[in-house]
Design a protein around this ligand. Sequence first.
Ligand SMILES: [Zn+2]
Ligand SMILES: [Zn+2]
Ligand SMILES: [Zn+2]
Ligand SMILES: [Zn+2]
Ligand SMILES: [Zn+2]
Length: 374
Amino acid sequence: PEPSPQPDPCAPPLIKRAKRQCASVPAAVPASSKCDWEGPLGLLDQHLGECAYAPVPCPEACGAEVPRGQLQVHCTTCPKRRVKCDHCGCQLLASTLDKHVAEACPEVQVDCRGCGEPVVRRAQAEHEGAHCPEHPVDCPYAAQGCPKRPRRSRLKEHLADSAVLHAVLISRMLAKSRDEVLELRETVCALEEQSKELVRENKELQGQNKELAEKSKALHKQLKDLKKFPPCLITLEWAVENFCATVADGHKKFCSIKFQLLDYVLYLVVIVNDEMKGMNNEGYLSIGIYHESGGEVPIFLDGSSVTLQGETKDSDLTRVFPPDSCIYSKFEGTSIEEYVRIADLDPYLRDDQLQIVVRVRLHPSITLCTRWSS
Ligand SMILES: [Zn+2]
Ligand SMILES: [Zn+2]
Ligand SMILES: [Zn+2]
Ligand SMILES: [Zn+2]
Ligand SMILES: [Zn+2]
């Protein structure tokens, strides 16, 4: 109960300060113990916030509503309160403590499921695995195939009773092992053989590899040399002027200017074969290449040719030298007989003029020798 406030000269009129009885009634107590607070209406809300009889919800949220004055007592019995297990020290809800101790607490002493001896719950598995005389254990010959699991206290008895069975199991396993060893030995032999073969092959490959490396080195050197001394090549353009007029005058042979390729002085010859009666090449134009001083000229067929130029590049007529003009054939001159029929010359004549392009390439090896010796 609150003391009545002191009269205040500035306070509002008395009618608004009318006394009011507290209506708080505790749920489970007789009406005689209800709150007897009386005070000004304005202080009622404040009183209700403190009234010992006013019902308030349990702070542990157990669902109960308890008079404020009895909260402390309720909290010592509330089923949602946290308590400490005396055995293991863990914190848990009071309502679950009994179950925890009876079924789960690792520090509680219990009777062994097998032998009934007292054992701390957390040590039960260890006790069964190492000590409990009533726990079933594997027979030492389980790996050999004995399916029995006697109680620990009966193991000696089992070993004595089953000695013959165990001996049979062991001999069976030994036989199997022997077969496996034989099989493994065969496999090892085969692998050794394969290994030897691989070593042999490897040696062979290494030899081949070395050979290839040497060849590659030699080729690289040759390539380097070739780059130092490029094959000797010349392209000569020759215009044979007044061709038809000259032929009509009775001249049948045209010679080009001389040109030099390394030590060789060469020139081209165009021959009109209309006079050589009885020859197969009658009526043809032949084009030859000659060496001024006679002797051999190593013309390289690959890259050497003679071209009669037509109106356009597509109508050009190109022929190569016959194969006997290659290296080491005695060379005083070689010609491409029957180069073109005289009757077919029209496309290559412009203003009575023949345009001839000759490409001569000397054999690369000769080129090198000549350059080295000069
Ligand atoms: Zn009250
Ligand atoms: Zn509660
Ligand atoms: Zn516990
Ligand atoms: Zn036991
Ligand atoms: Zn056994």
